[in-house]
Design a protein around this ligand. Sequence first.
Ligand SMILES: Cc1cc2nc3c(=O)[nH]c(=O)nc-3n(C[C@H](O)[C@H](O)[C@H](O)COP(=O)(O)OP(=O)(O)OC[C@H]3O[C@@H](n4cnc5c(N)ncnc54)[C@H](O)[C@@H]3O)c2cc1C
Ligand SMILES: *[C@@H]1O[C@H](CO)[C@@H](O)[C@H](O)[C@H]1NC(C)=O
Ligand SMILES: *[C@@H]1O[C@H](CO)[C@@H](O)[C@H](O)[C@H]1NC(C)=O
Ligand SMILES: *[C@@H]1O[C@H](CO)[C@@H](O)[C@H](O)[C@H]1NC(C)=O
Ligand SMILES: *[C@@H]1O[C@H](CO)[C@@H](O)[C@H](O)[C@H]1NC(C)=O
Ligand SMILES: *[C@@H]1O[C@H](CO)[C@@H](O)[C@H](O)[C@H]1NC(C)=O
Ligand SMILES: *[C@@H]1O[C@H](CO)[C@@H](O)[C@H](O)[C@H]1NC(C)=O
Ligand SMILES: *[C@@H]1O[C@H](CO)[C@@H](O)[C@H](O)[C@H]1NC(C)=O
Length: 535
Amino acid sequence: MKMANFTLRHHLACLLLFAAPLVAFSTSAPENFMQCLSLHSENATAISKLVYTPMNSSYSSVLDVTLQNLRFLTPFAPKPLFIVTPLHVSHIQAAIICSRRYGLQMRTRSGGHDYEGLSYLSEVPFVIVDMGNLRSISVDVEEKTAWVQSGATVGELYYRIAEKSKTLGFPAGLCPTVGVGGHFSGGGYGTLLRKYGLAADNVIDAQLIDAQGQLLDRESMGEDLFWAIRGGGGGSFGVVVSWKVKLVPVPSTVTVFALQRTLEQNATKLVHQWQLVANKLPEDLFLQVILQSYNSGPNGTRTMQAIFKTLYLGGVDSLLKVIRNSFPELNVTRQDCTEMSWIESVVYFAGFPTGEPLEILLNRSSNTKTFFKNKSDYVKEPIPESGLEGMWEKFFEEDEGVPRMIWNPYGGKMAEIAESAIPFPHRAGVLYKIQHITAWTTGGNEVAPKHVSWIRSFYSYMAQYVSKSPREAYINYRDLDIGMNNVEGDTSYKQASAWGKKYFKNNFDRLVLVKTAVDPDNFFRHEQSIPPFSS
Ligand SMILES: Cc1cc2nc3c(=O)[nH]c(=O)nc-3n(C[C@H](O)[C@H](O)[C@H](O)COP(=O)(O)OP(=O)(O)OC[C@H]3O[C@@H](n4cnc5c(N)ncnc54)[C@H](O)[C@@H]3O)c2cc1C
Ligand SMILES: *[C@@H]1O[C@H](CO)[C@@H](O)[C@H](O)[C@H]1NC(C)=O
Ligand SMILES: *[C@@H]1O[C@H](CO)[C@@H](O)[C@H](O)[C@H]1NC(C)=O
Ligand SMILES: *[C@@H]1O[C@H](CO)[C@@H](O)[C@H](O)[C@H]1NC(C)=O
Ligand SMILES: *[C@@H]1O[C@H](CO)[C@@H](O)[C@H](O)[C@H]1NC(C)=O
Ligand SMILES: *[C@@H]1O[C@H](CO)[C@@H](O)[C@H](O)[C@H]1NC(C)=O
Ligand SMILES: *[C@@H]1O[C@H](CO)[C@@H](O)[C@H](O)[C@H]1NC(C)=O
Ligand SMILES: *[C@@H]1O[C@H](CO)[C@@H](O)[C@H](O)[C@H]1NC(C)=O
C-alpha cells in the first residue's frame, strides 16, 4: 500500500472542492458528521463519547491498539477522520448513514489483524467503525451453540466455551487475538480444520447491517447473502454484528508434541515424506510443519529446522499407535508427547509456555507485534526433494530468523465439503497450504523493501510447485501483490477477478452477483472488496 500523508493532501483538495455538492467533504463536515451521528443514534448522549477525532488525546492509542503489522505504524500511514466505537447497533447504523451522506469511506475493524491493514487504512477520507466494544459471548451448552459479537477475539470465544464445558470447542484460528469479525468473514482455520472444517463452515446464523443501515439476520438477509458473508472476505457486504456458531465436541484429553529436525537430522527427507502422509492421516490428527533457518554452529553455518507440531484428539497411547503406523520416520516417542485439555492446547498452539494461566486468552494485546509481509499458496502435488533443497538455498540468502513457512495439512473434513458450499474454495485435492512469511523486528520500515522483495522473489520461485490457473491464495492472508487491482477506485470486475479467482475460484462470480444485489453503489469497499457489476 502506498504511504503518503493523505490527510494533508485531502485538506488541500477540500479547499478546491468547497463549492462542490453536499457529498464532498468540507471543512465543516466534522461537526455535521457528529450531528448526523447524534441524530441517527438511539442514545445521542452516548455516541458523542464513542467518537474519536485527531483532536482527542486518546485518538492515537485507540487507533493503534489492535494494529498488528508494524509496517503500518507510521506517521505517513493515512489516518481516519473519525473512529466510532459503537456500543449499540444504532451507532453502527448511524455511522453508515452519515458516512454515506458526507461521502466518507467506512472501514470496519474487529480484531485489526488484516495483513494489509485494510480495516484501518484508506487512501481517501475515511471513518473507522471499531467493533472492540461489541464483544459479548453467550454459550448455550445444551444446544451446543454460541452467539459471539464481532469485536470478540477467538481467544475470548475459546475461553468462554471452556468455562462452561470441557468437551466442547470451536474450529477457528490459532492466534487468540484475531477478531471473529474479520476472521469468520474469510474462513478461519486452526488445529481442528481436518476434523470440523473452518470457522465459517460452522456459522449457522448472523446479524448483519447492510449498506442501507438495515439490521438483518439469516432469515431476512436470505441464503445468497448468508452464503457470501461466510468466507467471501470482510468489508464487502456489510457490518457483521454477531455470529451464531455450532460448537463441536472435543475429548477431555488431547495430546500435543513439537519435534524439531535439522537438515543434519534428515529434515529434507522427513518434510518430503510429510507431504505424502499429512493429508491422509486420521481426522483426529493435525500435524503441521514450521520451517525456518538458523545458525547451527559457531562458524555461522546455516541450516534449516523443521518443527513438526501436532494436536491429537485423544490420549498419548492412541496417538503413538497412529503415528508409528502412518509416519514411523518421525520417530515420535512418549517423552515427546504431553496430554492436556483442549483449552490448554489452545494456549500451547498460541505459543505460550505450558502452565500459563488460561486467562492469557482474554488478553487482547498479548502477542508480539512485528513488521511482516506474508503470502499463501496451496500445494496439490508433493514438491520433490530437489525443490525443497532449492527452497532452503533461498532461505539462506535472506537474513537469519526472518523467513519462515508454515505448512498446514488439509484432507479430512476439508476435502469432504463442496467447493461451492461457502465462498472459500480450497477443498478436495489440496495437500496442504503454505504461509510464506518474512517477519522482522530490527531495522523497522527502513529494511522493509529488502524483505518484501525477498518474499516476492521466493514466491516467484515457488510458482512451479504450487496450484496453477488460478494460483490459489487464502483471503484471510490478504496480499495486495496478487492481481492487478492496486488503484484506488479501480474495482471493475475484470481487474478484481485477477485476485478474486485466486481467493475464490468460481465462487467469485456468485460473490459479484450477491454484491450487485445488496450493495450496487459499492458503499462497502476497499482495495480487495468484491465489486458490483456496474462499477
Ligand atoms: C498474528 C496473526 C495470526 C493469525 N492466525 C490465523 C490463523 O491461525 N488462522 C486463520 O485462518 N487466520 C489467521 N490470521 C489471519 C486472520 O484470520 C485475518 O487477518 C482476519 O481477517 C482477521 O480478522 P480481524 O477481525 O482480526 O481483522 P480486521 O483487520 O479487523 O478485519 C479484517 C477484514 O475484515 C473486515 N471486517 C472486520 N470486522 C468486520 C465485521 N464485523 N463485519 C464485516 N467486515 C469486517 C475488515 O474491514 C477487513 O477488511 C492471523 C492473522 C494474524 C495477524
Ligand atoms: C445513554 O448513554 C449514557 C452514556 O453511555 C448512559 O449513561 C445512559 O444510561 C444511556 N441512556 C439510555 C436511555 O440508554
Ligand atoms: C473527543 O473530544 C470531543 C470534544 O472535546 C468530546 O466531545 C468527545 O467526547 C471526545 N471523545 C471521547 C471518546 O472522549
Ligand atoms: C505472518 O506470520 C507470522 C507467523 O505466523 C506471524 O508472526 C505474523 O504476525 C504474520 N503476519 C501477519 C501480518 O499476521
Ligand atoms: C538419516 O537417514 C539415514 C538413512 O536413511 C539414517 O541412517 C540415519 O539414522 C538418519 N538420521 C537420523 C538422525 O534420523
Ligand atoms: C568450523 O570451521 C572449521 C574450519 O573450516 C572446521 O574445522 C570446523 O569443524 C567448523 N566447526 C563447525 C562446528 O562446523
Ligand atoms: C529415535 O529416537 C530415540 C529417542 O530420542 C533415539 O534414541 C533413536 O536413535 C532415534 N532413532 C532414529 C532412527 O532416529
Ligand atoms: C497482555 O499482554 C501484554 C503484552 O504481552 C502485557 O504487556 C500485558 O501486561 C498483558 N495484560 C494482562 C492483563 O495480562
